[in-house]
Design a binder for this molecule. Structure first.
Ligand code: ATP
Ligand code: MG
Length: 147
């Protein structure tokens, strides 16, 4: 499924809609450059899960946990990891087992460990500042989004 958004708010709204279909243990693997909108999308996911805390980038912490929604959201930034072997060090398996959703920025760096994930690819257009092409793959469930 591919959706074009034309503002950060539209990207957040898409995340919010997707959240309705998520189940405990789901992994969302983002692919896309700096400033693509991965954190913006995650903000929408959090809202859709009923999370009340403000979502900020986990760049320095590697993972931020949000526990105030209908299930936990673990928001990862793998920017500084160089391979999936380093996932062990950050306790990845433990997060997977906690019955929440793991949303992973910079999945490129650990892609071989995320082959079963729902993938969300965000592409920009150098000619249109607020334009994003968002492709969601990995589950018949999401066809029902109807977008
Ligand atoms: N259609 C759009 N969707 C999402 N963000 C948009 C859109 N148009 C413009 N933006 C802007 O793009 C930026 C996206 O930032 P965001 O932090 O979500 O990116 P990111 O992919 O998480 O980057 P990073 O890899 O640095 O963490 C914001 O400044 C936002 O205002
Ligand atoms: Mg980000």
């Amino acid at each position: 499924m591919t959706v074009i958004t034309k503002s950060p708010e539209q990207t957040e709204l898409l995340g919010k809609k997707l959240a309705a279909f998520l189940r405990p243990g789901d992994v969302i693997a983002y692919y896309g450059d700096l400033g693509a909108g991965k954190t913006a999308f995650t903000r929408g996911l959090a809202a859709g899960l009923g999370i009340r805390e403000a979502v900020t980038s986990p760049t320095y912490t590697i993972v931020n946990e949000y526990l105030s929604g209908r299930m936990p959201l673990f928001h990862f930034d793998m920017y500084r990891l160089s391979s999936s072997e380093e996932l062990f060090d950050i306790g990845w398996e433990d997060y997977l087992a906690r019955g929440g959703v793991c949303a992973v920025e910079w999945s490129e760096n650990v892609a071989d460990a995320l082959t079963d994930a729902i993938s969300i690819t965000i592409e920009k257009d150098p000619a249109q500042l607020d334009w994003r092409k968002i492709t969601i793959e990995g589950g018949a469930r999401f066809e029902a989004l109807g977008l």
